[in-house]
Structures are given as structure tokens and as C-alpha cells.
Design a protein around this ligand. Structure first.
Ligand code: NAD
Length: 275
């Protein structure tokens, strides 16, 4: 590893605040889960093609709830067939070494961090989890999607009466919704750790950003707070992004261009040696 990168990692670890890791769809790309920028990123209803930014909205759910559920059940099947990769596992090892000095903020709804072994308490799933449903915005209604729904939903599988019954609320048949933050909705603390994420950004000694394009609000706020504070920030991504610009302009950043699996394990190994 480059000496400047080693210096940043060491400075981050020596600080008094938490080591915060922010992940996006790129960390799960090597597990075979497509990002939203990939070729597979649209959904067809009749002759219309919808992009994720259209499907993942409250407005779409209001207009065509069964189509939105079909899209999520298909994506959930893809997620459940995927396995955590070495980058997910490296973060588990880092959490085990750092304990409460570690915090993971993930935009991913695939649940792979938790399946790899990251603890639920130190993992903020700020866009939800595709394996859960809820009735409206009521946190107490949050529950796993029933196993009976199965995880072999192909793109053309019909939404059956049985599926409707399994995905309904207890209060008389209203369809529940996926536990995902949609593009036309706002972050909150109860469901999505909004304030807690901002607080962590204000205290972080080191921020590692992996595989996110910077197209969502809270992650961008986290990155900009850390950059303004001048705390060490390391960005791993195949392509430049607003985060790589934060890193390059902050004076305390490093942009590791490439795949998560190619960069993260070596960085974590170094941190484990020094922790
Ligand atoms: P994004 O699709 O906007 O961007 C993915 C980023 O990852 C890109 O910058 C790309 O260059 C980078 N990338 C791709 N492969 C990589 C690799 N192997 N290593 C490192 N970087 C890689 O994803 P986003 O920024 O997370 O935001 C989009 C929204 O999409 C979020 O709301 C998220 O919840 C949702 N989403 C989640 C999943 C998932 O849970 N796995 C998948 C798709 C989309």
C-alpha cells in the first residue's frame, strides 16, 4: 500500500472518534447483485420500461402496488441467492477488532452485511432491508417477509392471491409495503437512523466510503461533514464520484480506484495489525 494511504489509516485509527464505514451497491456487486447503474436496472410492465428511480417510489406503489411488490420480490430473490464476499467479511473482522469504535452505515437493502456477521446494533441500514415489510410508516409493524413467500421469484412470476394474503397487514387485508426508503420519501431516525448517522459523521476519526455513486442525500451529507472537518477519508470505487472528489480535495483523503474486493481486505488487514 502507498505510504500516504498507510499514514491516513494510522491517523484515523489514532483518533478518539469512531471508524465509520459507508457502503453502497458497489460492495455487493462482487456478490452478483446488480447496482442501479447496471444494465439490468429497469423493470417492464406491459410495453412500459421503468427505471429504479420510478419503481422505488411511494407514487408507484400508490398506482401499481402489485407491480412494485413483484419487482421487490424478484430483487429479494436475487439478494437471497447471493453470498457475502471478502469485502463484507473484512468489515466483520474490523468490527470484531474495534468493537464500539466501529460503525457501519449501509445504503444496501440486500442484508449481506448482517448475513456476513456484522452486528445489527452497529449496522445502520439507512435505506431499509428488502427482507422486511411494514404497514405504512409504523415502526412497530416492521417484520420479516414470511418465508412462505419463497425466494424463487422470476421477472415474469404473477402476483397471486396467496402472495397478497402473505404480504397483507393484520388489520384487515391492506397490502403492507417493502421496508425500503423510496426516492420520494424522507429519512427519519426511527426507521433509518438519520440523526445518528449525522452525529457519527461529526465524530468520525476515519471514514471509509465503498461503492457508492453519491446519488442519495444522507450519504452525501455524511461525506461532506467528514470532509469539512478534515478527518481522514478513504474512498474505494471503480469510478470517480462526489466522494472521490471530497477525498481528493479535503487534504486528508485517498481515492482507491478499483473494486472493493481488490482494495478493502488489505486496508483492513493493516488496521487489524495496528488496532
Ligand atoms: P449506485 O448503483 O448508485 O452506485 C454504485 C457505485 O458502486 C458506482 O459508483 C460504481 O462505480 C460503484 N461500483 C460498482 N462495482 C463496484 C465494485 N466492485 N467495487 C467498488 N465500487 C463499485 O448505488 P448506491 O450509491 O448504493 O445508491 C443507489 C441506491 O440503490 C441506494 O438507495 C441503494 O439502497 C440502492 N441499491 C441497493 C442495492 C443493494 O442492496 N445491493 C443494489 C442496487 C441499488
Amino acid at each position: 500500500m502507498d505510504a500516504s494511504l498507510i499514514d491516513l489509516l494510522d491517523r484515523g485509527l489514532a483518533g478518539a472518534g469512531p471508524v465509520v464505514v459507508l457502503t453502497g451497491a458497489g460492495i455487493s456487486a462482487e456478490s452478483g447483485i446488480p447496482t442501479f447503474r447496471g444494465e439490468d436496472g429497469y423493470w417492464t410492465v406491459g410495453s412500459a420500461h421503468y427505471h429504479p428511480e420510478d419503481m422505488a417510489t411511494n407514487a408507484a406503489f400508490g398506482r401499481m402496488p402489485e407491480e412494485v411488490w413483484r419487482w421487490y420480490l424478484y430483487r429479494r430473490s436475487v439478494c437471497r441467492a447471493a453470498e457475502p464476499n471478502p469485502a463484507h467479511r473484512a468489515l466483520v473482522a474490523l468490527e470484531e477488532a474495534l468493537g464500539d469504535r466501529f460503525l457501519l452505515i449501509t445504503q444496501n437493502v440486500d442484508g449481506l452485511h448482517l448475513r456476513a456477521g456484522s452486528s445489527a446494533a452497529r449496522t445502520y441500514q439507512i435505506h431499509g432491508n428488502i427482507d422486511f415489510l411494514r404497514c405504512g410508516d409504523e415502526p412497530s409493524s416492521l417484520r420479516p417477509i414470511p418465508l412462505a413467500i419463497g425466494d424463487a421469484w422470476t421477472k415474469d412470476a404473477p402476483f397471486t392471491e396467496e402472495a397478497r394474503a402473505l404480504l397483507s397487514c393484520c388489520d384487515g387485508g391492506r397490502l403492507a409495503r417493502p421496508h425500503v426508503l423510496w426516492f420520494d420519501e424522507y429519512y427519519d431516525e426511527a426507521l433509518f437512523h438519520w440523526q445518528s448517522s449525522l452525529r457519527a459523521a461529526g465524530e468520525a476519526s476515519l471514514l471509509i466510503v465503498i461503492g457508492t455513486s453519491g446519488s442519495t442525500n444522507l450519504p452525501m451529507q455524511v461525506g461532506s461533514i467528514v470532509a469539512r472537518r478534515g478527518a481522514p477519508m478513504i474512498v474505494i470505487n471503480q469510478d470517480p464520484s462526489p466522494f472521490s472528489r471530497f477525498a481528493e480535495e479535503s487534504g486528508a483523503g485517498w481515492f482507491a480506484r478499483g473494486r472493493a474486493g481488490d482494495h478493502l481486505p488489505a486496508m483492513v488487514e493493516h488496521l487489524l495489525e495496528r488496532a
